[in-house]
Structure formats: structure tokens, C-alpha cells
Write a protein that binds this ligand. Structure first.
Ligand SMILES: [Fe+2]
Ligand SMILES: [Fe+2]
Length: 304
């Protein structure tokens, strides 16, 4: 059994605005929202408790599905790089960006490029042998798994938190899924925005969710993991499970869930993939993480 941990949306605290001019753009709305509310919801001590709990579980790899930072200040990316190094080495941890990691346009070397080591191909070469033109999608083969990292993170107008993959990323994704499908690995697609999100939430939605679903349906995948909603969820694209986790640093707030992470235990039995999902969540007393749910799914192997 391979054990993959999944956490999302840590929204790391511990940053401040030292230059008012840094707020002369969309950042000002994010800064206000942090000052008014979010600094009381996303707590470093909750995240520390999660990491302490995770360290006690037998885990082979960790996937982080975006929103590491809040308003995309260069110092936040630096802090997140330190946090990642503390979480694990680049061969132990895979990261994709979320909308808060592209809150405004940031020069490449001051933004998510600081996390580059955690977002690159590993043990995998494209069928045509060509080096990738874009960082996304990237593919990391680990044990029986292939993690396919996407970026739906694009700068948006104030009050929008939507995401877009774009047609070129989707077309590369289709080729990658087909190639990996032929190799018979367990394909895990990582995307920040939930690809099932309804039309009623246009401000937060993945604009090309329909196109993404079509690609995944046609080329195949075994599991899709996302964040963004700060809520636990399980949905499907055909028979492919689509799973979301709450924010890794959050206290329960209105309809949003308290912090939790999932451990997926993946193996094969009787010609099918078996996926055991263990949910580990923050207790009501907010002092530790405990098992708070589990379910098991069977996923047809060698769909293509
Ligand atoms: Fe988030
Ligand atoms: Fe998000």
C-alpha cells in the first residue's frame, strides 16, 4: 500500500505589509479581508498540530493543493518556501499553486518559482522526449503513482477567486494522461479549483471545468484532488473520485470546515485499484488531530 497525504490551503500567517505601495492593487482587498477576518481563522498553531500529527503517520508522499500564501507578497513566497522545506524534501512533497499564490502578477523569481523544486517532473519523460515548454502540467512518478500537477492559478479582478487551466495546458494534460494510462500507473491529478463546482459560484469557479472534465473522461485518471473550498468533499467525474480537503490551518467558521487532511492508501486487489481514505481532523477542543472519518473506494484498473 502506498500512502499519500493530501493537505490544502494553509494560507500561511506570519507576514506583514512593510511597504504601503505593495497594496496599490488588488492586494488591498485581500489585506483587508486578512485583517478583518482571516487572521483569526487561519492559525499557525493549527497547522503545526497537523504537521505534528502527520509526522506520526506512515506516509510515503505529501501533496499540497495550493493557496500557501494570501496576497502574493514576495516575503510570503519566501516564507512558504521555508515552510515547504520544513514539511519535507522535494522528493517527498509535491505542490501546485492556488489563486492566492497568483493574487496579483508577481515577477517569476519572486513568486511561485521559489517552490520550483516541488513542482517539477520526477522519474518521468514525455513521449516525445522534449523538455516541457511550461512548468504545468508536470508529472512526478512515485511508486505506483503518477502525480500530475496543474495550475489553475491566474490573477483575477478584485473579489474574484476563479481559476482557468487554458486550452494549451488541457491539451498537454490529455496527452500525458493517455501516456500514463498506457503505463498502467495510478494517475492522481492535482488541481486547486474544484472541477465540479457549479455555475452558481462564478466568482470562485474554474472557468473551464467542463473542458477539464471532458479531458479526464476521455483520457482517464484514477483520482482528482483539489482544495479552494475550505471544505471536505467527495464528488465524481464518471467513476473517477474527485476529493477536496478543508484549509490546513483553519478553525471552523460559518459553513467552512475546521482543518483536516486526508491519507489515501492505494493498492491493487483482484485487478482493481483499492483506495482507502482516512480523514484526520482537528478536535473540537482544537488541541490535536485525530481520525475523523474513513471510506473505501474501488477504482477500475487499466481503464484504457
Ligand atoms: Fe484557499
Ligand atoms: Fe483558493
Amino acid at each position: 500500500m502506498f500512502a499519500l497525504a493530501h493537505l490544502s490551503d494553509p494560507h500561511l500567517a506570519g507576514w506583514s505589509v512593510d511597504r504601503p505601495s505593495a497594496l496599490a492593487n488588488k492586494r488591498v482587498t485581500g489585506w483587508l479581508s486578512w485583517r478583518l477576518n482571516r487572521h483569526r481563522i487561519h492559525l499557525p498553531q493549527v497547522l503545526d498540530l497537523m504537521l505534528a500529527d502527520m509526522a506520526e503517520q506512515p506516509i510515503d508522499h505529501i501533496a499540497v493543493t495550493g493557496d500557501l500564501v494570501n496576497i502574493s507578497l514576495p516575503q510570503e513566497f519566501e516564507g512558504a518556501a521555508r515552510w515547504l522545506r520544513n514539511l519535507g524534501t522535494a522528493d517527498m512533497v509535491t505542490v501546485i499553486p492556488g489563486n492566492h499564490d497568483a493574487y496579483v502578477r508577481v515577477r517569476g523569481d519572486e513568486g511561485i518559482a521559489r517552490w520550483r523544486d516541488y513542482m517539477t517532473d520526477m522519474a518521468w519523460e514525455r513521449a516525445d522526449g522534449a523538455p516541457p515548454a511550461d512548468p504545468f502540467p508536470f508529472v512526478r512518478k512515485i511508486g505506483p503513482l503518477a502525480l500530475i500537477g496543474l495550475s489553475s492559478a491566474v490573477p483575477t479582478p478584485p473579489f474574484f477567486a476563479s481559476g482557468t487551466l487554458g486550452s494549451s495546458q488541457l491539451s498537454v494534460l490529455r496527452d500525458i494522461l493517455a501516456q500514463l494510462g498506457a503505463e498502467g500507473v495510478f494517475r492522481v491529478v492535482l488541481i486547486h479549483h474544484p472541477p465540479l463546482y457549479g455555475k452558481g459560484h462564478r466568482r470562485k469557479a474554474l472557468t473551464d471545468a467542463k473542458e477539464f472534465s471532458e479531458v479526464v473522461r476521455a483520457a482517464g485518471a484514477e483520482l482528482v484532488l483539489h482544495g479552494h473550498m475550505h471544505m471536505a468533499s467527495l464528488g465524481h467525474i464518471d467513476k473517477i473520485p474527485v476529493i477536496g480537503v478543508p484549509s490546513a490551518s483553519a478553525l471552523r467558521w460559518h459553513h467552512k470546515d475546521a482543518a483536516a487532511y486526508n491519507i489515501y492508501r492505494i493498492g491493487q486487489a483482484n485487478g482493481a485499484w483499492r483506495l482507502g481514505v482516512e480523514v484526520r481532523g482537528l478536535t473540537n477542543s482544537e488541541d490535536r488531530f485525530v481520525p475523523s472519518g474513513s471510506y473505501e473506494l474501488t477504482i477500475p484498473a487499466l481503464r484504457h
